[in-house]
Write a protein that binds this ligand. Structure first.
Ligand code: HPA
Length: 236
């Protein structure tokens, strides 16, 4: 048990999906898992364990942003011996090729977060996804006939940036596909502790055109994203 998690050792499966929203974690457990049981209730940042296609799997909410994500990920890796972490979330679009509802599979995650920025002395660490998970997710998306983009994203610490998309302009000019707030810390901690990590996002709001996902499409897209995340995490 930790200050943030009242699960006991062994309560989490080796593979864990990581949505930001606790109610989305509950929805994933109720919709996709068999024999789901709640393993963490601290701060209502819910975690569940069950099976999917006969394989043990967990889901743990991370809350929003890299500091919160880093707490849950650090503890899952160090206290609960988790080996595979797949974030399932949403991102803002930074590239005209990426349309609302498209899936973005984050090969790398650039960031302004101090979690990565100041941790490597003179170097800038490059937070990157596990290639096996990346390939499995891309294959799963293709098998579903979905438009999936594999490439770099930005994990920003600032949602309401005072200079808006201008702040991202240089990264956009370098082909960055979208912006969210968690993947870089996830990839960095997974690398530090020898685990596998991936981020799969649905693009919900384009920062270039202002287009946003509607409520119905949001739900369908969430299902697709979770199915891709489960296929990658469990190899099913
Ligand atoms: N910025 C950061 N994170 C996000 C966004 C965004 O525009 N959309 C969805 N997650």
């Amino acid at each position: 048990m930790t200050p943030h998690n009242n699960a006991r050792p062994g309560d989490y499966a080796e593979a864990v999906l990581l949505p930001g929203d606790p109610l989305r974690a509950k929805w994933i457990a109720e919709t996709f898992f068999e024999d789901a049981k709640c393993v963490n209730t601290v701060r209502n940042c819910l975690g569940f364990t069950g099976t999917f296609k006969g394989k043990p799997v967990s889901v743990q909410a991370t809350g929003m942003g890299q500091p919160s994500t880093a707490i849950y990920v650090h503890e899952l890796l160090n206290v609960y011996d988790v080996k595979t972490l797949v974030r399932v979330g949403t991102c803002g679009g930074l590239n005209t090729r990426v349309k609302v509802r498209d899936v973005v599979i984050a090969q790398t995650a650039s960031t302004d977060s101090t979690i990565v920025k100041d941790a490597f002395g003179p170097y800038n660490f490059a937070p990157a996804a596990d290639f096996g998970l990346l390939r499995a997710a891309a294959d799963a998306a293709e098998a579903k006939g979905l438009t999936a983009h594999v490439g770099g994203i930005l994990s920003s610490d600032i949602f309401y940036h005072p200079s808006g998309a201008e702040a991202y302009a240089r990264l956009m000019a370098h082909g960055v596909l979208g912006v969210e707030m968690e993947a870089a810390s996830l990839y960095t901690l997974a690398a530090r502790h020898g685990a596998r990590a991936l981020t799969v996002c649905t693009m919900t709001d384009c920062l270039i055109t202002g287009e946003e996902i509607d409520a119905d499409a949001r739900q369908t897209s969430l299902v697709d994203m979770v199915e891709i995340g489960l296929a990658a995490a469990l190899g099913v």
